[in-house]
Write a protein that binds this ligand. Sequence first.
Ligand code: PGA
Length: 249
Amino acid sequence: MRKKIIAGNWKMNMTPSEAKDLIGLLKDGCNTDNSDVVFIVPSIDVTTAAECLKGTQIKLGTQNFYFEDKGAFTGEISAKMILDAGGEYVIIGHSERRTIFKEDDAMINKKLKKAHAEGLKPILCCGESLSLREDGTYKAFIEEQIKSAFEGVSEEEAKNTVIAYEPIWAIGTGKTATADEAEEVCKMIRDCIKAIYSEDAGETIRIQYGGSVNGSNAKELFEKPDIDGGLVGGASLKDDFIKIVNYKA
Ligand code: PGA
């Protein structure tokens, strides 16, 4: 039985002081018995957030890092910095990083390998644009994203990766994929991992859905057999996130 993983991607929201308030609002309400719950915060909030989350089972992560150890990479942070500050997870290849910051598949592959090498738990994002959805080539596109991200990644590392399927047309738009649409692609991704590695790897890896998840649609999505939780943007910044985490209640 795969444990669900529900992560809030705060994106570029919340100063450290605001992070304190938001964590204060959310932490007691989130039931961590059945799911891993992760707050993915701006890097500058990690130290404050780690302090605020002490004594809870809620885990912490950041939204990006760079694959080098240290040096002349102005503006970047390393895996070791995140871990030392109390972070445990990192998002890799979010569509906003791919489109706005021009991260390509080769960089995403390097980041995935480096995260594993350093013991940082990656949440690898994939997903198609509206035009690929409409012209029907989205499955082949996502398969390519997965194959290239996992190039040179061992089976053990693959099992410890979380994949987030996030159709770009559903991110921040209020237009959620239907539970059947999300399930179709999450199952296809699982089959792809089985084909690359093994039946066991495919059954072990956790695959989230992301894109306008909220307190009203979480249950239907998360109850699908191949959807192991969600990556939540907008709704992770308010108490609706508690409803999402406690979707069974
Ligand atoms: P959203 O964002 O929930 O606001 O659609 C999801 C994401 O981009 O991770």
